[in-house]
Design a protein around this ligand. Structure first.
Ligand code: COA
Length: 237
C-alpha cells in the first residue's frame, strides 16, 4: 500500500536516495530545501509501508526571468523507482502537484526539461499530461552557464547551481548512471503545460519539425560517437 503526501525537509535524505537511483541529475541539499520549504505543497512523494520513498515530484514556483511579476511552476525532478513503474504513480504525483500549484498560485504555465532520449518521460508528459514542446535546450546535460537572474537566485541559497555536480551519463536504456564522459552532451526538450491556454497559436507543424530536427541531431551525435569508438578500437589481427 502506497502513501502519497507532501514532501517535508525531513524527507530530503530519502528523496535524494530515490533521485540517485533513478536519474543522473542530482541536486545540492540547498535546492531540495529551497523547493520544499519555499513552496510547500508543490513537491510530493510516494512511500511504501516501510517509509521508503518510491517516487517523488520536486516542484517549485518561480518568477519568470524577464517578467518578475509573473509566476511559473517548475517540475524540477520526477522519478519512480523501477518496481513501481507503469502503475500510474508518476501521473498521479504530477496531477497532485499541478492541482496544488494552481490552487495556491496564479501561474501561467508549468515548465520542465526532459532529455530527448527519455522516451518514457516524453510519452508521459506529451501524450498523457498534455505538455507541449516549447524549445530545445542545447547541451542541457553539460554544465551550461546560468542566466544572471538564476545565478543570483542560487547564490542566495549558497550554491552556484542546483546540481551537486555535472549530470552523469545514461546508458542505452536511458537510466543507468555511468561515469561522466565527453559523450554527455545531450539536448533536452523544454516543455510547457499552459494553465490558462497557450497565448500563441498552436504551431503543430513547427513543433513536429523541432522534434524531428532534435531527434536527427541526437541520432547523428550518437552515430559520430560510435564511429569514433570503432576507429579507436584496435584492429583485429
Ligand atoms: C518517467 C517515469 C517517471 C514514469 O513513471 P511511471 O510511474 O512509470 O509512469 P506512469 O505509470 O504514471 O505512466 C503514465 C503513462 O506514461 C506513459 N509511460 C510511462 N512510462 C512509459 C514507458 N516506459 N514507455 C512508454 N510510455 C510510458 C504511458 O502512457 C503511461 O500510461 P500506461 O502505463 O497506461 O500506458 C519513470 O519511468 C522514471 O522514474 N524514469 C526515470 C526517471 C526519469 O526519467 N524521470 C523524468 C525526468 S524528466
Amino acid at each position: 500500500m502506497l502513501n502519497i503526501r507532501p514532501a517535508n525537509p525531513k524527507d530530503i535524505v530519502n528523496l535524494q536516495r530515490c533521485n540517485q537511483l533513478c536519474l543522473p541529475e542530482n541536486y545540492v541539499a540547498q535546492f531540495w530545501v529551497h523547493c520544499i520549504v519555499s513552496w510547500p505543497n508543490t513537491s510530493f512523494l510516494a512511500e511504501d509501508a516501510s517509509g521508503r520513498v518510491v517516487g517523488y515530484v520536486l516542484a517549485s514556483v518561480e518568477p519568470v526571468d524577464d517578467h518578475p511579476h509573473l509566476l511559473v511552476g517548475h517540475i524540477n525532478s520526477l522519478a519512480v523507482i523501477r518496481p513501481y513503474r507503469r502503475l500510474g504513480l508518476a501521473k498521479r504525483l504530477m496531477d497532485i502537484s499541478k492541482e496544488s500549484m494552481t490552487s495556491t498560485h496564479y501561474i501561467q504555465y508549468i515548465q520542465l526539461n526532459v532529455r530527448i532520449s527519455n522516451r518514457a518521460a516524453l510519452a508521459l508528459y506529451r501524450d498523457v499530461l498534455g505538455y507541449t514542446i516549447y524549445r530545445v535546450e542545447h547541451k542541457y546535460c553539460e554544465h551550461v552557464p546560468l542566466s544572471s537572474v538564476k545565478l543570483r537566485r542560487y547564490r542566495k541559497l549558497g550554491c552556484e547551481s542546483p546540481f551537486n555536480r555535472p549530470p552523469l551519463c545514461r546508458d542505452d536504456n536511458g537510466d543507468t548512471v555511468l561515469p561522466r564522459t565527453d559523450a554527455d552532451g545531450e539536448d533536452a526538450f523544454c516543455m510547457r503545460l499552459w494553465i490558462h491556454g497557450d497565448p500563441s497559436t498552436p504551431h503543430t507543424r513547427q513543433e513536429k519539425q523541432t522534434v524531428l530536427r532534435a531527434m536527427f541531431q541526437y541520432a547523428s551525435h550518437k552515430g559520430r560517437l560510435l564511429l569514433a569508438c570503432v576507429r579507436r578500437s584496435p584492429s583485429p589481427r
